[in-house]
Write a protein that binds this ligand. Structure first.
Ligand SMILES: [Zn+2]
Length: 212
């Protein structure tokens, strides 16, 4: 009989806890913050505050000199690139290899103030890479899209090959360094059909990425 009485109580309290839990997930993240103000109070921060104020005085002097740099940063907005560098990915899916390169226009000897467009821009995909291994691969698709913010610009090149026996493809030879000597290093990654990955930095003297 006692257990009969206690069970509904337990059920009630459990239910009310559930209700609280259901209502309070948003408040839970706030709970860890509560000890932090206490920690601020517990710390002897006043001397530190004075120190940080003193630190801001020379910092304020730096701000004036830093302003031109800050002004130039918006020019790089969304385009924080390094001339000579590039990002390259190669994915294998079914019978297809897809190469995607993203690199500054300067690497191709182009002005970064004007992005190339139209079918003529697709010439920049010519011969930039070729799969190697004991099979035949044929280029089936390419695209080149440029973009610029007026002072810096980049280009994304995509090339697709269809390979007769894609399992025999051993890797990709990159010809960008020969074609466009302003390229100095390329971060390359291969993503295989089973999730395998190979990452490698390519340079003018190391232009090959093996797929295994
Ligand atoms: Zn640039």
């Amino acid at each position: 009989m006692i257990s009969f009485n206690s069970r509904p109580i337990a059920a009630m309290s459990g239910f009310s806890l559930l209700v609280l839990a259901a209502c309070s997930p948003a408040t839970k993240p706030y709970e860890p913050e509560a000890p932090e103000p206490a920690a601020f109070e517990a710390a002897p921060p006043h001397v530190e505050v004075i120190d940080s104020v003193e630190a801001e005085i020379p910092a304020a002097g730096e701000v004036e000199g830093a302003d031109p740099a800050l002004d130039s940063e918006p020019d790089h907005a969304g385009e924080p690139h390094v001339h000579g560098g590039g990002d390259l990915s190669i994915t294998q899916e079914d019978d297809f290899l897809t190469l995607t390169l993203d690199a500054p226009l300067a690497n191709f000897g182009l002005s970064e103030a004007k992005a190339p467009s139209g079918t003529k821009s697709e010439e920049y995909a010519n011969g930039i890479a070729e799969p190697f291994g004991p099979t035949e691969c044929e280029e089936t698709e390419r695209s080149v899209t440029g973009r610029t913010d007026g002072s810096h610009g980049a280009m994304t090149i995509s090339v697709v090959w269809r390979c007769a026996k894609i399992d025999r493809v051993e890797g990709m030879q990159i010809h960008l360094f020969d074609l466009y000597p302003a390229f100095q290093h390329i971060d390359a990654i291969y993503l295989g059909p089973a999730g395998e990955q190979v990452a490698k930095e390519l340079t003018p003297t190391d232009t090959e990425i093996d797929f295994d």
